[in-house]
Write a protein that binds this ligand. Structure first.
Ligand SMILES: *Cc1c(COP(=O)(O)O)cnc(C)c1O
Length: 387
């Protein structure tokens, strides 16, 4: 049986992660595998940490794991959980629900503030809960990839700053594409992963931990952990290593990706994400693809469209692949069929967005939706001229 195991001609990976990997990064990954205890890899690790710190907006040490993002979501919870401590999980989408599932799996006490998917998180509700009860941590997703809404981390940080409560943040799909100021905003644990705006294949996940959080992690009332024990990871980091075998190649790639981010300039990178995600939204709305949800804090790294009433999102996803080998996302949750999601993160430019909307236009027309040819491309151009 013939098997297709490689990307077909013209393949475009337009998911909200994993994302397209630039050649420079792929080449760095393909280099000779280094000893993870040798000088070359120590230098790689040190440089990656140093170049990540400004992206995170932190002076904290950065801990690296061979893992996908969810591993570090779990790690963040188990390292600060205690048998009697209660979490406040602020959930506004699929990844917020994942945090709640992780807590439930471990028997961690948790209250969940759910926000209708597509809405902004309710800061007032968080404030109310914090006044009413003692929480060990507030847990939130920075950039909810399932809905395209960003949390107001500065406001959440201000709420926990004067309390013993920690703020745990999943910025897996935000970091590198959406503004992040960990220290300034008072975020205690930020976790992320390599395969989104950091332009790498999956394989590396990371955590940055505040001094306030270390006090809790170093306490003796915490949950057990082995691979995920941040204390073990920090002890290794202090020696310039990782505790366990890291994803060596991906870390070389991550260093290269970070070089690219700093060559372009971090403010310029964030600006590009803002400008081009806005352009994609404009292009979509010109052909009947409105932004999903009612929230106002729209993501710069993922655009979530609501398809026209007569068309299923899954049909658009399928048609883009069949006609163009362009891979975009639908949903594998309660929004299944109701959304079309495109990543606007990492290595992408104006040409990417123009191709996206041009293909969306054709696909929608073929699915029977009336579109004025060129309308989406024109709306993108107008947005780019005005911004
Ligand atoms: C992609 C993503 C994750 C991690 O998913 P993995 O498949 O485990 O890497 C976590 N949170 C958010 C918001 C994400 O977008």
């Amino acid at each position: 049986m013939a098997m297709n195991t490689t990307a077909p001609q013209g393949y475009r990976l337009r998911l909200p992660g994993p994302t397209e990997v630039p050649d420079r990064v792929s080449e760095a990954i393909a280099r000779t595998t280094l000893s993870h205890r040798g000088p070359e890899f120590r230098a790689t690790l040190a440089a990656a940490e140093e170049r990540l710190q400004p992206v995170l907006g932190t002076k904290n040490r950065v801990l690296f794991y061979a893992s996908s993002g969810s591993g570090l979501m779990e790690a963040a919870l188990v390292n600060v959980a205690s048998p009697n401590g209660r979490f406040l999980i602020v959930s506004h989408g699929q990844f917020g629900e994942r945090f709640a599932n992780i807590a439930q799996t471990f028997g961690i006490l948790a209250d969940v503030i759910g926000t209708p998917w597509g809405n902004d998180i309710d800061i007032g509700a968080v404030e109310e809960r914090l006044r009413a009860a003692d929480y060990r941590a507030v847990v939130v997703v920075h950039n909810e990839s399932s809905t395209g809404i960003v949390s107001d981390l500065a406001s959440l940080g201000a709420l926990v700053r004067e309390r013993p409560t920690l703020l745990v943040v999943d910025s897996v799909s935000g970091l590198g594409g959406v503004e992040m100021r960990q220290d300034e905003w008072g975020l205690d644990i930020v976790v992320s992963a390599s395969q989104k705006a950091l332009m790498c294949p999956p394989g590396v996940a990371l955590a940055s931990i505040s001094p306030k959080a270390w006090k809790v992690i170093n306490g003796n009332d915490r949950f057990p952990a082995f691979y995920w024990d941040f204390r073990r990871a920090l002890a290794a980091a202090e020696k310039g290593e990782t505790a366990f075998t890291p994803a060596i190649g991906i870390l070389s790639g991550l260093l290269e990706a970070l070089e690219m981010i700093h060559e372009e300039g971090l403010p310029q990178v964030l600006e590009r994400h803002a400008r081009l995600s806005g352009a994609l939204r404009s292009g979509g709305s010109a052909i009947g693809l409105d932004q999903f949800g009612l929230g106002s804090r729209r993501s710069n790294t993922v655009v979530v469209f609501k398809p026209p009433p007569a068309i299923a999102g899954s049909d658009i996803v399928r048609a883009l692949y069949e006609q163009y080998r362009t891979v975009v996302a639908g949903a594998r949750n309660k929004l299944s069929g109701k959304v079309v999601r495109l990543g606007t993160m990492g290595a992408f430019g104006v040409g990417t967005i123009l191709t996206d909307v041009s293909q969306l236009e054709t696909v929608l027309a073929k699915l029977g939706h009336p579109v004025v040819p060129g309308a989406a491309v024109s709306a993108v151009q107008k947005h780019l001229v005005a911004n």
